[in-house]
Design a protein around this ligand. Structure first.
Ligand SMILES: Nc1nc2c(ncn2[C@@H]2O[C@H](COP(=O)(O)OP(=O)(O)OP(=O)(O)O)[C@@H](O)[C@H]2O)c(=O)[nH]1
Length: 536
């Protein structure tokens, strides 16, 4: 991790037209943080340089979290050391130990922030944290949000962190169809960082996009219009509430990267937040871009602070969703949410998942996908397949699995364990996501609900799946795809739910089990890691 202190004040000519409305100017408000995420090479450092060169006269503190072998862009460091550049502030650097930002580095992140503030005589207007290419921004955001007791919380606003994700438009479709894990990509992961190494590239990409407040679809000069608009539409469907901009060399509106800054329209001429070819507002001012939206009137929020540690029982490693039906965007991508308050029978679910075809294409092709549901699709081996899941681009959410065995060392832990279903591109996994909140007792539950996640508590309490008997245990799965047969998908999943008889047996087994023991334990071995079958 490298700290950079930077100021652009030396560049600000008198009377610059840029308005500055930073919250830090008010004694009651503290500087906020922007997390700059995105894959290795997507343009984070380039975007950071643009921010540092801003003409708004902002004093920006920077933390860079890079893997050890890949140093921050040498030119940036060089430029930042140059007294003619970035105001000539001094630079200090600290190398973090190996590890994943959501686990071993979390306390160091807060300490780093503290060091950064101590290094500057004047307060910052804003802090930018450039994450490593394998970081899940939501996990880092969670670290900041949970840092209320840390001394730095008196100097920096840890609660309102903004996430900006850079996406490389020229490689997005290929990355989406990648088989790779982060560890298999050269220079992506620090040696010994097992947590990051095991992450699937596609899932990481989905998480980075889904956690963003602003998405910058970058490198459009290296992409073609088809790839660029596909990347724009897919990221919009993955995260309908984020503002999406396309850019060359990370030139996105400053106010969308930082918080509380406004700048003139001229600065954003090249950035369009809308890719609808029918949209007349081709060159939008920043203000227009900010309020401009064509679709996605539905409520959508995701929080995916995931952890792949199968033994994890930390209920803060949760995932929340709020999705209803979406209207089709320009690429015809829509979503729906499958909900149920009955557990899945694991064997029946695995049977369904095992027939879910895995695409073999090397690059995402949403147009081709839209024709899959009109009949049988020919698999790689020539077999014809008619499977409703073939048109699904991404699916994720919570699921509730009934234990298969309540005897001896069975899998009773499933009763208390929320499972996280995550499918993206060619990857599918169902892993432990901690305990159901309904399985926590008294004070612990109140703390979880009311202190840590009040909004999620309210959302869950309003839904009809919460019962006195089983609390928040549920199926809540979001499916995003093109021209899919929702009815068939629902039917497939409904058939995996416990029947009334099976549910009665569940209750009996649970009662018997509770009489003999109080703790059902917490398992969490991955239930399912990938499906079989290929299609072209
Ligand atoms: N052609 C083109 N090149 C770009 C664009 N944005 C960034 N680059 C170049 O792509 C390379 C990688 O950009 P960086 O900004 O270093 O990417 P990064 O995400 O910070 O990469 P890491 O720090 O290594 O994770 C650099 O050579 C940039 O000059 C763009 O829009 N178009």
């Amino acid at each position: 991790m490298l700290f950079l202190l930077s100021s652009t004040r030396a560049f600000v000519p008198t009377g610059v037209p840029l308005a500055r409305h930073l919250s830090s100017l008010s004694a009651t408000h503290l500087p906020q943080i922007t997390l700059l995420g995105g894959f290795l090479g997507s343009g984070k450092t380039t975007t950071l340089k643009n921010i540092l060169e801003n003409k708004a006269g902002l004093k920006i503190g920077v933390i860079v979290n890079d893997v050890a072998e890949v140093n921050i862009d040498a030119a940036l460091v060089k430029d930042a050391r140059n007294p003619n550049s970035y105001g000539g502030e001094s630079i200090s650097s600290v190398q973090l130990s190996n590890g994943c930002a959501c686990c071993s580095l979390s306390s160091e992140l807060l300490d780093s922030l503290s060091t950064l503030t101590d290094m500057s005589e004047e307060p910052f207007d804003h802090v930018v944290v450039e994450l490593s290419g394998v970081a899940d921004p939501m996990a880092v955001k969670g670290t900041f949000e949970g840092g209320g007791g840390h001394p730095v919380s008196k100097k920096i606003n840890l609660k309102d962190t903004k996430v900006v994700t850079l996406v490389d438009s020229s490689t997005f479709g290929i990355d989406w169809m990648s088989w790779n894990s982060a560890g298999e990509r050269e220079n992506w992961v620090d040696e010994g960082d097992e947590c990051s190494a095991g992450q699937k590239v596609t899932e990481l990409l989905a998480e980075q996009v889904e956690s963003a407040d602003t998405i910058v679809v970058n490198k459009i000069d290296l992409s073609d219009s088809v790839r660029t608009s596909q990347a724009m539409e897919v990221v919009r469907s993955l995260n309908p509430t984020a503002k999406v901009f396309k850019s060359e060399f990370g030139r996105a509106p400053l106010e969308e990267l930082l918080t509380g800054v406004s700048s003139p329209a001229a600065e954003t001429e090249k950035n369009e937040c809308c890719s609808n070819p029918k949209c007349e507002s081709k060159t939008q001012s920043t203000t227009e871009a900010s309020s401009h939206s064509h679709s996605h009137s539905h409520d959508h929020s995701t929080s995916t602070s995931s952890c792949s540690d199968s033994k994890c029982t930390d209920p803060t490693h949760d995932h929340s969703h709020s999705h209803s039906h979406s209207s089709a965007n320009n690429a015809g991508i829509t979503s729906f949410t499958y909900q149920a308050s009955t557990p899945f029978n694991m064997n029946r679910l695995l049977n369904v998942l095992n027939t879910w075809p895995v695409p073999v294409k090397d690059e995402l092709d949403v147009v081709a996908m839209s024709s899959y549901n009109s009949g049988e699709v020919t698999m790689k081996d020539g077999e014809k397949v008619d499977n409703p899941f073939i048109s699904i681009l991404r699916s994720k959410g919570f699921c509730w699995m009934a234990p298969n065995s309540w005897e001896g060392k069975g899998d009773q832990w499933r009763h208390e364990t929320a499972m996280y279903w995550s499918h993206a591109g060619k990857h599918f996994g169902i892993t432990s996501a901690g305990k159901w909140w309904g399985s926590l007792e008294g004070k612990e539950q109140v703390k979880m609900f009311l202190e840590d996640k009040p909004e999620e508590y309210e959302r869950i309490m309003k839904t009809d799946w919460v019962t006195e008997e089983f609390g928040d245990r549920r199926q809540e799965l979001v499916f995003i795809g093109v021209n899919y047969d929702e009815k068939k998908i629902r039917e497939c999943l409904d058939e995996c739910l416990l029947t009334e008889e099976e549910m009665e047996a569940y209750r009996r087994n649970l009662n018997n089990f509770k009489q003999t023991t109080v703790d059902v334990g917490s398992g969490g071995a991955s239930l399912f890691s990938e499906s079989t079958g290929n299609y072209n």
